[in-house]
Design a protein around this ligand. Structure first.
Ligand SMILES: Cc1cc2nc3c(=O)[nH]c(=O)nc-3n(C[C@H](O)[C@H](O)[C@H](O)COP(=O)(O)OP(=O)(O)OC[C@H]3O[C@@H](n4cnc5c(N)ncnc54)[C@H](O)[C@@H]3O)c2cc1C
Length: 300
């Protein structure tokens, strides 16, 4: 079994930034990530990461990977299947090997819930987005739709209304009851936003890109973009199995990114930080690496 002081699970912005800092602290570390670069690979354009006015998510993640590879960080494209808590650290089982680490930074991110209908995957970046914070600016004077009825959907619609000429909220229930009152009131006040209740998207229409959606198998609604805000699922199961505390399906961390389990840190979209963005994921990754470094020094 291979031994490390630190294993970072996840090769998205949080895990890669943790690796950047940990490598510079000269920590004996390994990064294990299923998808190199993580979720940001799905962003057609990133315009809110400092120092890049406009860059594709894929290019940005390649730059992050190149930067840490220059520091000789080993990144394994494997999936962790099991974590076991041991007296002096953690035993990890991937789909290929077993590892031991004194400390873990858990940065497995989250997965956006999908609508699960035909052409959804094909239209990502071509009219379909899962991130209004990132992509709303591309819909200036256009028509946009938002699917969902939670705070995420309401705030996405409000943000879009700053750019788009018309925003539809497409929601399967007969009223908003999951969102905060303040957001519901703001939505009701907006003369650009029209909620369509009792509405389920039954088809995505378009050839190269999304042009319209079919609602309730009855009528078509023309749109330039559709924002799917039906929630996300943080990848917390492996952590929960060893007793890591969670709330609302997110890992509870303190301001050093510590969890309730000694030696087990978490960073990025998987934590209970409400802003799920690259900048926060990177920040949390850096803090987690610093906390690991301080703990390792103390234990020496
Ligand atoms: C379409 C889209 C556009 C976006 N645009 C922007 C934008 O413009 N600006 C912005 O700031 N944010 C944007 N975001 C959000 C941003 O992508 C996330 O906030 C960020 O990627 C979170 O980073 P993370 O490292 O916490 O998680 P992730 O990026 O999700 O990375 C998680 C990593 O963990 C790995 N992993 C998961 N489970 C396991 C396992 N069991 N074993 C091994 N590895 C595992 C994954 O493969 C991946 O490598 C966008 C998101 C989407 C979907």
């Amino acid at each position: 079994m291979k031994n490390y002081d630190l294993i970072i699970i996840g090769a998205g912005p949080a895990g890669l930034t943790a690796a950047l800092y940990a490598a510079r602290y000269r920590i004996n570390l390994l990064v294990i990530g299923k998808i190199p670069g993580g979720l940001i690979n799905e962003a057609s354009k990133v315009c809110n990461f400092p120092s890049y006015e406009d860059i594709s998510g894929f290019e940005l993640s390649r730059k992050m990977i190149e930067q840490i590879k220059k520091l000789d960080v080993n990144i394994k494209n494997e999936e962790i299947l099991e974590i076991k808590k041991k007296e002096k650290g953690f035993e990890l089982t991937s789909n290929k090997e077993k590892y031991f680490a004194k400390k873990i930074i858990f940065a497995t991110g989250s997965e956006r819930k999908k609508l699960g209908i035909e052409k959804e995957k094909e239209f990502v970046g071509k009219g379909i987005s899962y991130c209004a914070t990132c992509d709303a600016g591309f819909y200036k004077n256009k028509i946009a739709g938002v699917v969902g009825g939670s705070d995420a959907a309401l705030t996405a619609a409000l943000l879009l209304a700053d750019f788009a000429k018309k925003v539809y909220i497409i929601y399967r229930k007969d009223k908003f009851f999951r969102g905060d009152k303040i957001w519901i009131e703001e939505v009701e006040k907006s003369n650009k936003i029209t909620p369509l209740f009792n509405s389920v998207i039954t088809k995505l229409i378009g050839k190269e890109k999304l042009k319209a959606v079919e609602i309730n198998k009855e009528k078509n609604l023309e749109l330039d973009g559709l924002f799917i805000e039906v929630g996300s699922l943080p990848n917390i199961e492996l952590a929960k199995e060893i007793g890591v505390k969670t709330e609302k399906k997110q890992i509870i961390v303190d301001n050093s990114q510590k969890t309730n389990i000694k030696g087990f840190f978490a960073a990025g979209d998987v934590t209970n930080n409400p802003l799920k963005q690259m900048i926060t994921a990177c920040g949390e990754g850096a803090v987690a690496a610093n906390s690991v470094y301080r703990e390792l020094i103390k234990e020496k």
